[in-house]
Design a protein around this ligand. Structure first.
Ligand code: C2O
Ligand code: CU
Length: 428
């Protein structure tokens, strides 16, 4: 029987993102702490920064220095990670590999240059499934030196929260969640940085998925646009924006012209939910020029492959046996191994074969670098920092490892990461 999917449209109300912090040329302070969020007309204890939920957008320009003093006002330790930024290893914000947790009441100064323009984000990388699922994240936007000509530059964060029967944050982290698709919320709480658009305006939309485990399958209505960047990296050939899939950690940038009310709709097998609606208010004369590619990234193309390794994802419900104590594993080891998966001198190109031998999808994220996804015959396609593999899928990636240090490689479904899916690469 044919059904009109539209008739199942549910609406969730997007909240406004807090006002951005402009970090060019000045040190900013982030105070992680408890905040109360309003979800479903209830006040809920969540975590955020500087009193807001989630954290404020940090904005600066390509090649600026980002200086952030983190003053920990939580009852637990914390660490911040700057997802997708090519930064010095000591600033990467990873427990054990790069720094110790910042204890409650103490502070830590992050200080590094942002070499690439694009859409990035920051989040807790300590007790991360708890801290991120309560809201410890925010957008990190690096503007181009020569930005594209748009009327509005809009940030969207897609997010879901798991509430208990009383409508409060579900504090139990169930074993069955960890062994399957992870902690999937029962309410959508997306965030958007603007309340209105004008007909004919040209928009840049930066969509970020900071959710702990949920993969968003979305489409965009009301905009005639193109995909201009993935995971912050500009595409040399713009892609049509049909259905978009964002694994946890992934980003997509779209530039296009407003044709009507702008909405972002999530489709699942059973229903459609309008996550974000930005209504029309006013009109402007439409632009004549086509949407053009963003300025090219300066990341190196892959060279000759000097080292190859397999990364086999294992475990989970119905998964194969593996060593270690956690539910999930890479190459028979659950949890961070003593030895890195790969150890190479700076500048080497490494081919990693990612093999998903489990019954669930995984979004694999590399720190400190972007890598090239490849076609089945090995040609590099897109630069990404997080790549999504469906159950049973295998994909090769090419990594130009030009940033010295110890870099985490893990599943960005945070329930999987905490339960064993993590390894690291060493670049000398
Ligand atoms: Cu976005 Cu290891 O993280
Ligand atoms: Cu995973």
């Amino acid at each position: 029987m044919a059904m009109n999917r539209r008739s199942f449209l549910l609406t969730s109300v997007a909240s406004m993102l807090p006002l951005p912090l402009h970090a060019g040329g000045t040190r900013i302070t982030l105070r992680p702490g408890q905040v109360s969020a309003h979800i479903n007309q209830q006040s809920i204890d969540m975590l955020g920064f500087n009193g807001s939920w989630p954290g404020p957008e940090i904005r600066l320009r390509q090649n600026d220095r980002l200086r952030v003093r983190v003053v920990n006002e939580l009852e637990n330790g914390t660490i911040l990670h700057w997802h997708g930024i090519r930064l010095p290893n000591a600033m990467d914000g990873v427990n054990v590999l790069t720094q110790d947790a910042i204890p409650p009441g103490r502070s830590f100064d992050y200080d590094f240059k942002v070499p690439d323009a694009g859409t990035f984000w920051y989040h807790s990388h300590y007790m991360s499934v708890e801290q991120v699922s309560r809201g410890m994240f925010g957008p990190l936007i690096v503007e181009e030196i020569d930005p594209p000509d748009v009327d509005q530059d809009i940030t969207v964060m897609l997010f879901d929260v798991l509430l208990d029967a009383d409508g409060q944050f579900e504090t139990e982290f169930e074993p069955e969640q960890f062994a399957t698709a992870g902690r999937i919320g029962n309410i959508m709480t997306p965030f958007v940085s603007t309340g209105k658009v004008r007909l004919g305006e040209r928009l840049r939309l930066r969509v970020i998925n900071p959710a702990p485990d949920r993969i968003f399958n979305i489409r965009l209505d009301g905009v005639n646009g193109k995909i201009v960047a993935l995971d912050g990296m500009p595409l040399t050939q713009l892609q049509p924006m049909e259905n978009l899939t964002l694994a946890p950690g992934q980003r997509v940038d779209i530039i296009g012209d407003v044709l009507g009310n702008v909405s972002i709709i999530e489709s699942t097998d059973t229903d459609e939910t309008e996550l974000v609606r930005i209504p029309i208010d006013g009109e402007r004369k439409p632009r004549e020029g086509e949407v053009l590619p963003l300025p090219k990234s300066s990341l190196p193309r892959p060279g000759l492959v000097t080292y190859e390794a397999d990364l086999e994802m294992q475990g989970g419900a119905g998964g194969m046996a593996h060593g270690g104590f956690g539910t999930w594993a890479f190459n028979d080891t659950s949890g961070l191994p003593d030895k890195p998966l790969v150890s190479v001198p700076r500048g080497d190109t490494v081919r990693l074969r990612l093999i998903n031998n489990t019954a669930f999808p995984h979004g694999i994220h590399l720190h400190g670098h972007h890598f090239w996804e490849t076609t089945t015959d090995g040609k590099p396609t897109y630069l990404r920092d997080t790549t999504l593999l469906a159950a049973g899928e295998t994909r090769e990636i090419l990594c130009v490892l030009d940033n010295p240090g110890s870099w985490l490689l893990h599943c960005h479904m945070l329930s999987h990461q905490v339960d064993g899916m993590a390894t690291w690469l060493y670049v000398s």
